[in-house]
Design a protein. Sequence first.
Length: 581
Amino acid sequence: MFKYGKITVGFLLLVFLSATTQDSPKFSPKLQRFIGAQPVSESISAWIFLADKGKSLSKKLHSAEETLTPNAYQRRLRNRGLYNLVDEFDIPVNGDYFREIQQRVLKVRHKSRWLNAVSVEATAGMLTGIAALPFVAKIDLVFKTNLPAPAPLEEISFPGKQSLNKSFTLDYGESFTQNNMINVPLLHDSGLSGEGVIIAMLDAGFNNLQHEALDHLDILATRDFVNNDANVDDEPGQAGSGSHGTYTLSVIGGFQEGRLIGPAYGATFILAKTENTASERNVEEDNWIAAAEWADSLGADIISSSVGYSDFDSGQRSYTPENMDGQTAIVTIGAELAASRGILVVNSAGNEGSNVSPGGNTLVAPGDGANVLTVGAVGSTGLRASFSSIGPTADGRIKPDVAAMGAAVFMASASNTSNYITRNGTSFSCPLTAGSAALILEANPGSTNQQIISALKETANNAQNPDNFLGWGIIDAIAASNLIGSGSILPPVSDELEVLQNFPNPFNGSTTFQYSLPQPGNVKAAVYNIRGQKVQTLLNRFQSSGTRTMIWNPENISSGIYIIVVAANGKVAGQKVVYVR
């Protein structure tokens, strides 16, 4: 019997058989508990997950491919290949199903093609009626969230020009340290600015876009997902503050010589207000997923997300460290789906590092995602900031992945067009990293999101000894770009036959995985269910040694846990995957 990680097939079989002996109501356990503690007439925020996408899937897939924007097409082409540009995740929610639900709820918040779900406000009685509909698969509670922002430094105005760098073309002023630490100025000197790269900022809103360091920005689109309009700054009577987004946008894209320069000042930006800061900074995850799908449709190459999901208001159910497993939080599943569309998702690790219990983690979702580039924070000396959240994930993966400066980061004021401030948080190490990734993509336009992640990790300053405090360490933007340019960013070939984790996972259309073949030989790949029965053959042919990529499109199988098995040269390796119809 083969093993993957520390889990045996025999153990998974016992878990599976135990689970199948239990009832499977359409209400999730946490929704049942929540309803039991609420008045009957109370409005509940819930996700309604649908069983399918309806009929004529081939026609719908063709339509989805036809609607890809030129940039989205090119992004998917380099990340997914010509014959895998779209899948079932790209098919919209069935219109008939949606209209039936819409008539039965108080309010529809969002509908998600990725999750094949509708986010609603409804009473318990309404949800009970909806659960009886044959096309409804599951109903779950919507979690709420807060921005990962520790107590910041006071707002300080910096009226005078301070030139800290003499050897580079641009004058970075007080922002020199945060750029120089990650080797951005050398890329700027080579003519790179992020031009041609589309970056989606998912944050709490964006005030003061007239600031002297922001008025040059190329903004493709704006959308307020909290108040459902196109205005992403503060408006009278509306929910949510626009300060935090202003800060992160200026860190990644600001440009005022002698004061503030962001790594990707020449990029094109999509601004999405997803965070409702009106009620102790709490907001539903569905805003984030809706914004990510919107960004995908507009052709975003990178998502920079300085928000996170863990601790919630009194009376709400919080995510626990055990939930940070890359598969539980809905926002993490959404981020993994974004990554599977070819988008590089960069997210803050969180700012709860000081509160960790022995052996636990303080991560915020979607920073626990396997294919999310999760960023921790250091100070100006390169030492870890005490607030920076730590791993490992609940399933034992190293997190965060990398780090950048997150203490006393220099940025634009959200209230004055010529003032500047400093603040703390992984909220700001995240855009510095995302901006660096934009420069790398500009320099290497054929690179995939996974190649950029690998290059940033392999060239970071702790790459030889990654840990759960700063991951692979402080990034080196120019070294990562050069590594990709040399063609040396494929995962190294292991001395042993190895199957790497698939993405996305869970999935319901197709999934991609890689395997490492140390010697040439005849390779057999197949998929088995948890009982050890073969359900599909994927490959049976001779291959040379190297790291190989394969896509699995399931055929007529039910939801559940499956094992991808690769056998070659007398060796067998496997990887657990989760398929959800």
